[in-house]
Ligand binder design. Structure first.
Ligand code: URA
Length: 222
């Protein structure tokens, strides 16, 4: 390890200490693992996420929310971050927006929910449902990258603007992002409204329905 890497590591350890941590489990080197896909296993990854203390959300969470579903799914849904119900249970999309997401998948796409893989960009709940910060997204990004590599889906459905912007590294608004199919590495990405936004704005249901038909047609043509 070079001196500057040592310094960076030391700085991070001081940050943990100032946050009140006196001990951290030996971390799996997710960063190295993601460079060599064959080393990452679901078990290791889930364990690493459970023991993650890379950002301040680790101090306020009740549970990490890893994600679940078919690990060989053709389609992967990615939301922003767990809400209160998910934080309590440790399960992904199980609150009101989860119920709506299930209806979108089962009633419009005609796929049982457990046939798709569902996760979030962040694995811990932000306080008061605040938007994910850059620092939180960066701290969690290796976990999401590993999940995408492991599932290796044909299609990613980005639920909301922040997920689109992160995956595409592009600042376009949600309305622009919905217009086209973008790419995350080689994987196609279709962007639609986040279910919790839909719950707050029922008048845009029609547009969301159009997005779902686009997703269905993509999957039917695989
Ligand atoms: N909103 C999300 O983005 N993810 C969840 O798991 C729940 C609500």
């Amino acid at each position: 390890m070079s001196n500057s890497q040592n310094l960076q590591l030391l700085k991070e350890l001081y940050i943990y200490k100032s946050m009140g941590f006196s001990y951290v489990d030996k971390l799996q080197s997710v960063q190295n693992n993601t460079k060599n896909r064959s080393i990452v296993t679901w078990d290791d990854l889930e364990k690493t996420v459970k023991n993650c203390f890379l950002c301040e959300l680790s101090k306020s969470r009740k549970n990490t929310v890893f994600g679940n579903g078919n690990k060989n799914a053709k389609v992967m849904f990615i939301g922003e971050a767990p809400g209160m119900v998910e934080d309590e249970s440790g399960d992904v999309f199980v609150g009101r927006s989860g119920e709506l997401l299930t209806k979108m998948i089962e009633n419009v796409l005609n796929i049982p929910r457990d046939e798709v893989y569902i996760t979030n960009m962040l694995k811990c709940k932000p306080p008061s449902n605040a938007s994910a910060t850059k620092n939180q997204i960066n701290s969690c990004s290796d976990y999401l990258t590993s999940q995408i590599n492991l599932v290796s889906p044909k299609l990613i459905v980005a639920l909301g603007q922040s997920v689109y912007q992160y995956l595409s590294n592009d600042d376009s608004s949600l309305s622009e992002a919905r217009m086209s199919i973008s790419k995350y590495k080689e994987i196609s990405v279709i962007t639609t409204y986040h279910p919790s936004y839909l719950l707050r704005n029922p008048s845009i249901k029609k547009q969301a329905h159009q997005d779902l038909l686009k997703i269905k047609s993509f999957l039917d043509n695989l």
